[in-house]
Design a protein around this ligand. Structure first.
Ligand code: IMP
Ligand code: MG
Length: 182
């Protein structure tokens, strides 16, 4: 199909097209890491919170590009199930036990689609009184203006269903090193 696609990883399933290749993604993640490193200082006691499962690969690569001391933790918020369309019903399936008080919290998200997840989550995290709360999303579909826009966006995404680099469809495709559309 396209350069960099290992058909063994797809198990016979077809992709529509590669949207962001592995090297393009890596280069952008390095840039984001540099920008984030220049924004905070050690005094911020940076706490990077990944939204599972979608953010797990992005988060793993991003924190390795941040030249500051930091801690990591995770949240599991679910609104999609196995469907391709957001149900609008967000639930926190796993919450971090770490205190946010006085710390700079950076929430790492895979993709902003309708914005439902962040709209639900951000006020709940703000209520924990972090020193600051910012969002870094790998992909942003920009379907509508959000009440709180992410501070860092990896790529503006086309309005297609995207998989790979952590993003799934019914749990498939998370392990692809590039981002493709179905
Ligand atoms: P939102 O609440 O509609 O902004 O959707 C957020 C979550 O839905 C993301 O964190 C993803 O897990 C999932 N999602 C949204 N769009 C896509 C997509 O194109 N591919 C894979 N997952 C998606
Ligand atoms: Mg998902």
């Amino acid at each position: 199909m396209t350069e960099g696609v290992d058909t063994a990883q797809l198990g016979g399933q077809a992709l529509h097209r590669v949207v962001f290749g592995a090297e393009e993604v890596q280069a952008r993640v390095r840039e984001l890491g540099r920008e984030i490193s220049a924004t905070y200082t050690s005094a911020d006691r940076l706490l990077v919170i990944g939204l599972l499962k979608g953010a797990f690969i992005f988060m793993a690569d991003l924190v390795r590009e941040i030249r500051l001391p930091l801690h990591v933790d995770f949240l599991v918020a679910s609104s999609y199930g196995d469907r391709k369309v957001s149900s609008g019903d967000v639930r926190l399936l796993y919450d971090t036990g770490v205190s946010f008080e006085g710390r700079a919290v950076l929430l790492v998200e895979d993709i902003i689609d309708t914005g439902t997840t962040l709209k639900w989550l951000i006020p709940r995290l703000e209520a924990r009184e972090p020193r600051s709360l910012e969002v870094c999303t790998l992909l942003h579909k920009r379907l509508a203006p959000l009440e709180v826009e992410p501070r860092w966006v990896g790529f503006d995404a086309p309005n297609e269903f995207l998989v790979g680099y952590g993003l799934d469809h019914a749990e498939d495709f998370r392990h692809l090193p590039y981002i493709a559309s179905l």
